[in-house]
Ligand binder design. Structure first.
Ligand code: ATP
Length: 355
């Protein structure tokens, strides 16, 4: 699967000028509010016509302004999931799902009803009316309805934004299954770094209508500039579960070569995981500290130091192949005489397991 998107569009005082290519998996359009994510996904969907641009899926031109082509939304065979589930209130869950299926051309009805119901865990909800579902359940049904139309591409615009943390946590594993167990490419709009860190294969960072950076999630999200909010900046790393200590409910995860101990639910050894370490939760020491409660202390070499405007510096440390980011005050940086090439010990206060 290859999706090519190029779009220029003037919307009042705002101007969108963005392009990216996706080779499948989950591509996240990530950026702060007003950066142009929704405008871009509307062009991909065929809901808006760019002043200039193209949307090409596997060689098929769905939008090509120079040739006057704009295939309408209903003929693109894309699935859509929005912030609000938008279910039909007068129909049962089952009927809402069947409606999705009705849109799939017979020859393309490859999505098996039972498989999707099982994938999203919505079997117990089938006879209920949407009014009797929680926000998270509604959203799962909306995803099911989109999948049953056998879409060639699934467009999701902030699908979790209206949900509280508990409901988000309930849905995220289903979205992961969707990514891992179906072949359907997904374009996923979000401004939440934790969500993107957990789901995305590729990230397109939008800023003021333009693509600021694009590439594999692990590379892009580890850049200090990736976080819309500096407080959220951090390193995203990939590793494998080595072992699980049931007594302390602690997993040992091996990164490229370093190991981290992370509080977690039961995890099977061998399972690939993503880990996010916020840079504000990493302290630095010039000698190995003793008698600290922190479980994770990694030795590394300073690669780069970049100054912020708020009296802090962001320090990138290479810990045997794994890049960790630390944000400390400019004063501490000066006092410790930190500079590229110097050996330091990164004391990691918190580590988030992103599944
Ligand atoms: N039809 C329009 N006319 C004028 N301005 C528009 C129009 N549509 C969008 N805009 C402006 O374009 C900018 C980008 O909006 P867009 O909704 O694409 O951003 P976003 O990144 O999706 O933001 P959010 O996360 O808040 O939805 C905003 O400043 C918005 O006010």
């Amino acid at each position: 699967m290859t999706l090519i998107v190029q779009a220029k569009q003037r919307l009042g005082a705002f101007s969108l000028d963005a392009a990216f290519t996706s080779e499948g998996g989950v591509t996240a359009l990530f950026g702060r509010s007003g950066s142009g994510k929704t405008s871009l996904i509307r062009i991909i969907a065929g809901l808006a016509r760019p002043d200039e641009g193209r949307v090409v899926l596997d060689g098929e031109r769905l939008t090509e302004t120079t040739a006057g082509i704009v295939v309408p939304k209903h003929r693109r065979r894309f699935g859509y999931v929005f912030q609000e589930a938008r279910l039909f209130p007068h129909l049962s869950v089952r009927a809402n799902l069947s409606y999705g299926r009705w849109f799939a051309p017979k020859a393309a009805r490859r999505e098996n009803f039972d498989h999707i119901i099982d994938l999203l865990g919505i079997e117990p909800l089938l006879e209920r009316s949407p009014a009797k579902l929680s926000g998270g359940e509604k959203q799962r049904v909306a995803i099911g309805r989109a999948l049953l139309s056998s879409p060639r591409l699934l467009l999701m615009d902030e699908p979790l934004a209206a949900l509280d943390e508990a409901r988000k946590a309930e849905i995220l594993p289903y979205l992961e299954r969707l990514r891992d167990e179906t072949e359907i490419p997904i374009v996923y709009v979000s401004h939440a770094i934790a969500e993107v860190a957990r789901l995305a294969n590729q990230v397109v960072v939008m800023h003021d209508g333009k693509v600021q950076a694009t590439g594999p999630a692990v590379d892009i999200l580890s850049r200090p500039s990736a976080a819309a909010d500096r407080k959220e900046a951090g390193a995203l790393l990939e590793g494998t579960v080595e072992s699980f200590d049931a007594r302390h409910r602690l997993s040992t995860v091996t990164l490229k070569s370093s190991q981290l101990h992370i509080p977690s639910a039961v995890l099977t050894p061998g399972r690939p995981v993503r880990i996010r370490i916020p840079s504000r939760d990493v302290m630095l020491a010039t000698a190995r500290p003793e008698g600290l409660s922190a479980l994770n202390i990694l030795e590394g070499r300073i690669e780069a130091i970049s100054s912020g405007e708020d009296g802090t510096v962001e320090i990138r440390i290479d810990c045997a192949g794994d890049a960790i980011l630390s944000r400390i005050t400019a004063l501490s940086c000066e006092r410790l005489n930190l500079r590229p090439g110097k050996t330091v010990f990164a004391i990691i206060k918190t580590v988030a397991l992103e599944g």
